[in-house]
Ligand binder design. Structure first.
Ligand code: ADP
Ligand code: MG
Length: 252
């Protein structure tokens, strides 16, 4: 297992407040690594430090062997960062937006090919503001791929999406990983983390309180004597919803 990201004793202070309190973890090449935790746990801060977008207070970070302190430019070149969707010019069409990014990154990515990958070919001439929530998220993921990154960072990519769009995005993320890209993702949806992530770090109040595969975490809890208050039914309400409304994505 090759390590692509190493984080050692990372801390971040905002004034007197320590948001990240000395965390350490490794991300392996080719995995989907989840960072889970309640609001304010320090997930976005941690990601943005690794992405070179935020200053750390102390600790060490290496990405693909590059030292964050000495080689931030090298790190930037090999990562893809999902921008908040509000970061796009709403009045430009998708082809124009990708070509704008091509210019910024000094790349020549085939815009139609990228749109095809995220299933937005027929929206090539649509303005960003005309897309549905799920389409906006798929487009923002497409833009992370422009520079053929080794690692992409997705900060709550499915928040606010309906169940169909969420599942559609899961398949896209799996697809990206299957082509060799390492994925770091944050989410508040545990079913999503269980389905997508090879390994998970649970972070609370700036500390990692558990790091393992979802399977191992669940088995450990069960082995500790934990029992669900009532027996789980064989389907969930979400299963009912998907069964009734189908898997097809709605782009209204
Ligand atoms: P998460 O992404 O897990 O919700 P964040 O990393 O965004 O958490 O925030 C962690 C903590 O740091 C929160 O208490 C938040 O209010 C605080 N925080 C985040 N950014 C700043 C900032 N720029 N200045 C001051 N405090 C901040
Ligand atoms: Mg956050």
């Amino acid at each position: 297992m090759n390590t692509i990201i190493q984080v050692r004793n990372l801390t971040k202070k905002y004034g007197d407040f320590e948001a990240v309190k000395g965390i350490s973890f490794d991300v392996y090449e080719g995995e989907i690594f989840g960072l889970l935790g309640p609001n304010g746990a320090g997930k976005s801060t941690t990601l943005e430090i690794i992405e070179t977008l935020r200053e750390k207070t102390s600790g060490e970070v290496f990405v693909n062997g590059f030292n964050l302190d000495k080689q931030p430019g090298d790190i930037k070149r090999i990562i893809g960062v999902q921008l908040q969707t509000s970061g796009f010019y709403p009045g430009l069409n998708l082809l124009d937006l990708i070509n704008l990014f091509n210019g910024l990154y000094n790349e020549k990515a085939d815009a139609m090919e990228l749109l095809r990958m995220v299933n937005l070919e027929d929206k090539a001439k649509s303005k960003f503001k005309e897309l549905s929530g799920g389409q906006k998220q798929r487009f923002s993921i497409a833009t992370t791929l422009i520079n053929h990154p080794k690692v992409i960072f997705l900060d709550e990519p499915t928040t606010g999406l309906d169940p169909q769009a969420r599942r559609n995005l899961w398949e896209l993320i799996k697809d990206i990983r299957s082509k060799g890209t390492t994925v770091i993702i944050t989410t508040h949806y545990m079913d999503e983390a269980e389905y997508l992530c090879d390994r998970i770090a649970i972070i609370d109040s700036g500390k990692i309180i558990s790091l393992d595969t979802p399977d191992k975490m669940i088995d450990d809890l069960v082995a500790s004597g934990f029992e669900r208050p009532k027996d789980l039914k064989k389907a969930s309400l979400e299963d009912v919803f998907i069964h009734l409304t189908g898997h097809a994505i709605r782009e209204a």
